[in-house]
Design a protein around this ligand. Structure first.
Ligand code: HEM
Ligand code: HEM
Ligand SMILES: [Fe+2]
Length: 448
């Protein structure tokens, strides 16, 4: 059963892809600057490009999650959204906040807090926007005929995402306190409540695509939620090692963050097992690729590469280097970008009535973007290990190189990064072309 109001999702997905393309442009500006070619330096210095790159990422992922919720909740609750008009108001205001913030960054209107650079005045607009979104989702759920575990886990993830934004808005004079609470947003989002959002979307897609019973699929969801909370909450300690708080965090953070990969492993096993069990009859193989891909790549990017630098003994050396960027790219891509791509691939043919999932372009988009991103991860990793060695291990041996000299030494790895990023971008463009070729959503397609 489909619902006409689900078409709101289309426009959130479109905004998502638009901002992703813009994010990639700023990625290239940084990649070239790191390789020694920085013609835009006067207008867009590295720090500005970095803030734009990461904040656009957050906005497009949030837009993707919102789109996913607007698609999933009516179907799970078995009723139309309570107001389509308000959903469009919410879309436009989200886009507006994003655009204003990004323009501001170019005029140095931003806060120097990685990932939370949006000025606090603008944060209030974000709060209003998110409240409107939550109202629409919750009202639909409450008035609906059915409340499923899948929709509850997804909604819980969204509510906690909103609540956890608030600690990041408190002003502090102390750098330590500011840092302490910044992680409540950044860490508890990606290694906590966003995993619930991912789990919810994954569960919805697996129910639709594999044909396995809802009861079986939703049982797994409980396990994933349990593992996430068990490890992720105290796992925040892996950001508290050397920031000026109690030393107990070295032990707590080390132990609990080392357990975090289990939740991602459970998601990967979950998806693969349900696929094996399923009837394999659903024609939309592309959506299945992205769904299984998200579960597997997130385990590698978040679980394995996160574990690689999470113990205090390692993190002492790797903190804030390109090793972090290596992990950040594959984790964000695998877990959150790919699950949104899975959702788009599943929902788009249903909303537009055009079934382009048999074409070669879609499969090419999947493989080329993934291989490109894995190449980028390797390039960041090699650059990161070299950087750690030159910046932090040589001095221990009594050998010092200047900071800028070291950055020159690792320039060559960014040439590799640019090549792999180009491949990645070809895949993304193919995905966007498919998106455009599907055309816009129609009431007829959604009435079927
Ligand atoms: C063509 C594509 C891209 C290129 C060339 C690129 C390049 C870069 C560069 C050069 C940095 C800064 C590293 C440094 O501090 O020196 C960066 C940061 C970052 N990028 Fe990308 N990027 C691309 C796409 C993406 C995508 C698709 C994502 C997410 C799915 C992403 C997520 C991030 C994140 C999270 C950071 C911050 C990492 C940290 O905090 O250490 N990037 N990117
Ligand atoms: C999808 C899930 C994940 C995403 C999107 C993600 C992304 C990121 C990003 C963007 C950063 C840089 C943050 C900043 O400096 O502001 C980071 C740092 C870090 N992540 Fe993850 N991560 C994920 C899961 C994990 C997991 C499961 C682990 C551990 C097993 C982990 C371990 C770490 C560590 C230790 C750091 C600190 C690096 C440093 O000190 O510079 N991450 N992660
Ligand atoms: Fe973390």
């Amino acid at each position: 059963m489909k619902y006409k109001s689900q078409k709101v999702a289309y426009w959130f997905f479109a905004l998502s892809l638009l901002l992703l393309v813009l994010q990639i442009v700023y990625g290239f500006i940084m990649g070239f600057a790191r390789a020694g070619f920085d013609p835009l330096h006067e207008f867009i210095p590295f720090n500005t490009a970095r803030a734009v790159h990461t904040n656009l990422l957050i906005v497009w992922l949030l837009s993707g999650f919102m789109g996913a919720a607007y698609y999933i909740i009516p179907e799970e609750a078995q009723r139309e959204l309570v107001s389509v008009k308000l959903a469009y108001v919410q879309l436009v205001s989200l886009a507006l906040v994003g655009v204003v913030a990004v323009i501001g960054f170019h005029f140095n209107i931003w806060e120097g807090r990685k990932f939370l650079e949006i000025p606090r005045q603008l944060d209030y607009l974000v709060v209003v926007n998110v409240l409107l979104f939550l109202y629409l989702i919750l009202a639909t759920l409450i008035k609906g005929k059915r409340r499923t575990t899948t929709s509850l886990v997804l909604t819980m993830g969204l509510i906690f995402t909103a609540l956890l934004y608030l600690p990041g808005m408190i002003p502090f004079d102390s750098q330590v306190l500011d840092s302490f609470f910044r992680w409540w947003v950044v860490h508890l989002w990606v290694e906590g409540v966003w995993e619930l959002i991912m789990g919810g979307i994954l569960s919805f897609l697996l129910i639709k695509l594999t044909g396995v019973d809802r009861e079986v699929i939703e049982k797994w969801l409980y396990v994933i939620v349990g593992l996430t909370f068990l490890s992720g909450v105290l796992g925040t300690g892996h950001h508290y090692y050397y920031i000026g708080v109690n030393k107990i965090w070295l032990i707590v953070g080390g132990i609990f963050s080392a357990l975090e990969p289990l939740a991602f492993l459970a998601m990967a096993l979950f998806a693969v097992n349900m696929y094996r069990k399923g009837e394999k009859k659903h024609p939309n193989k592309l959506a299945l690729y992205w769904t299984l891909g998200a579960a597997i790549v997130s385990f590698v990017g978040a679980g394995l590469l996160g574990f690689a630098h999470t113990l205090p003994q390692t993190n002492l050396y790797t903190h804030g280097t390109l090793v972090t960027a290596m992990h950040a790219h594959l984790a964000f891509w695998g877990a959150y970008a790919m699950i949104i791509f899975a959702m788009i691939s599943y929902a788009l043919p249903n909303m537009t009535g055009r079934k382009l999932y048999d074409g070669a372009r879609g499969r090419m988009a999947f493989w080329v973007s993934n291989i490109g991103m894995i190449g980028m991860t390797v390039a960041f990793g090699v650059a990161g290990v070299a950087q750690v060695y030159l910046e932090r291990i040589l001095p221990e041996k009594g050998l010092e190189m200047s900071f800028m000299q070291i950055q020159n030494e690792i320039q060559v790895h960014f040439v590799v990064l640019i090549l792999c990023a180009t491949m990645f971008t070809v895949g993304i463009i193919a995905f966007v072309v498919d998106f455009i070729k599907h055309g816009q959503p129609t009431d007829e397609a959604l009435e079927k």
